[in-house]
Unconditional design. Structure first.
Lengths: 124, 633
């Protein structure tokens, strides 16, 4: 069962997305801000991280950079979740070290497709 | 979300704030719909689908007004948007409250809790401080006794009391705050006409308070007079720059205090009027948009049309125009009346469909564990249609069993499932609702809404031709249903009189949306089996030749149907399918008017255009077709 870390500060988004992912067979762990996200990610072996980009404490961009700099998390795939489909956001996310990028509103099937592409084939 | 946003673009920020609750509504609703998969939950699922539809409508409105390409937006557009969002908001709240009130077993323990989350998100969709949507000019915040309300903000109690007492003597109602934060809280919850704001305060100084007031659309236009010692001129200059209307030097000179307050209040009244006008225009603009979308309801403009000013005049003109559109529709209803009479006549001559050896199911048989078969409704290229009682929901439904050769492999079944899933999203009074797709005893079937009525085929067989009025009544309802389906991404692919039902009220119901998809997909790979699917006489040239079809292929079929309604004949006919092929591809369609008298030239031309060989020569889409047909009615 792939282990996912969902870093998201909005309670409703977190509740909704985590429950829908659990139904799809993922094990989901959650962090509420960027700092907690980094701490959790470094402490646990996750198969993939879903990172909201606008977070309190440290934002998703910075959290991603820290995760990429740490040896134990530098290879974990990260998908950035942003609220705005702004031109350049995708490039910015990739430059910060994210593997892929998705915009809200989350379309579950689309996100699952991106996740599947980044997870080891045997995982799901 | 607490951390919205690249603040640099106000349109993006507002779009984000509005989309967030809608995203929550969509997410939770989709999740609940998953919970309600399976039998016995149809009613609740339908109600939730309303929620989903309304949320999508809200998203559409938001991205229409706050398009990503924009970086500024007029206040009138925003208030117009809020006004339009109230409609989906109401639908969502109604649906959720219906579900919360309904008794019955819940699919999981969090069902009600999740519904409350949807309710909360919907409540956030239109902010409570949104400007009132109709009504007379806001008379300002003056209290019941007509006194203007002044908020005095000063950290020093002595100054505050002195000023308050003086103002009360001048006939003002006074509110007081000892600091910046308290002042902002008061402004957010109490009506205030003018603020007297001390510059030097410990927690949040006058300039910071002023900046926040000016940044919030709800308090942006509230006049603020700074209170300051005269030696503090640079601070005063900063405040004026930040939007303060005036300043009042300490110690207060009663005459000056009175004059500046009076001037500020006059200014506020003027701004309120201006705002009201802008708001009113926003409402009228929103109403114009709903006329365009065909969703205008008589009286939607309400009090707006009662106003004596130019906006009122505009609202009245709008309402009249929209009502005229309504009158045209009423005209159409009149034609429907006549159609009903024709249906009544045809019905008496209708033959009863007898049981046939090919039928998979017999009357009285229970199918798929819940449907009790009552009778055969008809047979076609795809299979047999039965009338049955859904014993689970105690509802009459129609069941179409599919010929086994159509559902041979997983791939066509999966694609067909996708199509049915799409089709289930179409809710329209002119579309027969599709319920489910399933398999029982090796037989694949679709269940759908049962419509008591006649097919247009039966009507044509009984009456020969239907005349211009009835053709228009049928044609425009058909165009309306196709418009909705095409927008949802569903192409019918098999529009023909057999698939058009008329209920006893004369309302047209188009059935088998998406069903032909199964046939086209399968037939492409099973031509050797000699399987003939669809009805070549109604197919567009591109469909006949097996090319990719788009919505305009359905419009060709509408052309064939209209031609037949008017003349009782097909525009192009052939003794064999091959002969038909050749003619459809090469021979131009005749004008209906060349065969029968009394066809208006505009209708003649429209039918010919629908029957154009090249899709790009036809009417561009179903909405345009609807307009053209309505213009003829």
């Amino acid at each position: 069962m792939p282990r996912i870390l969902l870093v998201e500060d909005n309670e409703m988004n977190r509740d909704m997305l985590s429950r829908r992912l659990v139904r799809k067979g993922f094990e989901v762990d959650m962090a509420f801000d960027g700092k907690a996200g980094v701490d959790k990610a470094r402490g646990g072996a996750y198969d993939l991280i879903l990172m909201d980009m606008s977070l309190p404490e440290i934002d998703g961009w910075e959290a991603t950079r820290q995760l990429r700099a740490a040896p134990e998390t530098k290879a974990v795939p990260i998908i950035a979740l942003t609220a705005h489909a702004m031109a350049g956001d995708r490039e910015k996310a990739l430059a910060a070290g994210c593997n892929d990028y998705d915009t809200k509103p989350i379309e579950l099937d689309r996100l699952l497709g991106k996740m599947a592409a980044l997870l080891p084939a045997s995982g799901a | 979300m607490s951390h919205s946003a690249p603040g640099s673009n106000p349109v993006a920020a507002l779009r984000h704030d509005l989309r967030t609750p809608v995203n929550h509504i969509v997410g939770y609703t989709e999740m609940l719909l998953e919970d309600l998969e399976g039998p016995g939950n149809d009613a609740r699922r339908k109600t939730l689908e309303t929620t989903l539809e309304a949320a999508r409508e809200a998203l559409k409105l938001i991205s229409l007004v706050l398009a990503p390409t924009r970086d500024s937006v007029e206040p009138a557009e925003v208030s117009g948007l809020y006004h339009s969002l109230e409609v989906p908001q109401r639908r969502i709240l109604d649906a959720v409250r219906t579900l919360l009130a309904a008794a019955g077993e819940v699919p999981n323990p969090t069902f009600a809790e999740d519904l409350r989350k949807i309710e909360a998100a919907a409540a956030r969709l239109v902010p409570r401080e949104a400007p009132p949507t109709a009504g007379a000019a806001n008379a300002g915040a003056a209290d019941a006794a007509g006194k203007a309300r002044v908020l005095v903000v000063d950290d020093e109690a002595g100054n505050r009391d002195l000023l308050a007492r003086r103002l009360q003597r001048e006939g003002y109602a006074v509110l007081a705050a000892a600091g910046g934060r308290e002042a902002l809280e008061l402004v957010a919850k109490e009506p205030v006409d003018v603020v007297l704001l001390d510059v030097m305060m410990p927690d949040l100084d006058g300039l910071a308070v002023l900046e926040r007031l000016k940044a919030d659309p709800a308090s942006r236009d509230l006049p603020v007079i700074m209170i300051s010692a005269l030696d503090d001129l640079s601070a005063i200059a900063n405040c004026i720059q930040a939007g303060a209307l005036d300043y009042l030097p300490k110690p207060f000179e009663p005459v000056i205090l009175r004059a500046r307050l009076a001037a500020s209040l006059a200014e506020k009244r003027f701004r309120d009027q201006e705002r009201d006008l802008v708001r009113a225009l926003g409402v009228v603009t929103a109403a114009a948009a709903s006329v365009e979308a065909g969703a205008y309801q008589a009286g939607q403009l309400g009090d707006m049309a009662q106003r004596a000013d130019a906006v009122g005049r505009l609202a009245r003109v709008m309402d009249r125009m929209a009502t005229e559109v309504g009158a045209r529709e009423a005209n159409l209803r009149g034609r429907l009346e006549r159609l009903r009479t024709e249906i009544g006549v045809a019905r008496q001559t209708r033959e009863v469909v007898a049981r046939n050896d090919e039928d998979a199911l017999g009357a009285g048989e229970t199918f798929a564990g819940r449907y009790r078969v009552e009778s055969v409704l008809g047979r076609g290229g795809m299979g047999t249609v039965y009338k049955a009682r859904d014993t689970e929901l105690d509802e009459v439904v129609a069941i179409k069993t599919l010929r086994p050769e159509l559902v041979v492999d997983d791939e066509s079944r999966e694609r067909f499932k996708d199509e049915i899933r799409l089709t289930r999203r179409i809710t329209h009074r002119n579309v027969v609702r599709t319920h489910d797709f399933g398999e029982a005893n090796g037989l694949w079937y679709i269940t759908m809404e049962f419509v008591e009525g006649l097919t247009v085929r039966q009507l044509l067989d009984a009456r020969g031709t239907l005349g211009v009025g009835s053709a228009l009544a049928i044609g425009s309802q058909l165009a309306e249903s196709l418009g909705v389906a095409h927008e949802t991404g569903v192409i019918h692919r098999d529009i023909k009189p057999q698939n058009l039902l008329l209920d006893p009220e004369g309302v047209l119901k188009v059935m088998d949306f998406g069903v032909a998809r199964l046939a086209t997909g399968t037939a492409a790979r099973h031509t050797q089996a000699g399987l003939i699917v669809g009805t070549p006489a109604y197919m567009s040239p591109e469909q006949l030749t097996g090319e990719e079809v788009d919505p305009r292929s359905d419009l060709y079929s509408v052309g064939v149907v209209l031609f037949e309604l008017l003349t009782g004949r097909l525009p192009i006919d052939g003794a064999t399918v091959m002969a038909l092929f050749a003619k459809v591809l090469s021979e131009p369609a005749p004008r209906p008017g060349s065969l029968v008298a009394g066809v208006p030239p505009a209708l003649d031309a429209l039918v010919v255009q629908l029957l154009a060989k090249r899709p790009e020569d036809r009417v561009e889409n179903a909405a345009v077709l609807l307009q053209r047909l309505q213009a003829l009615a």
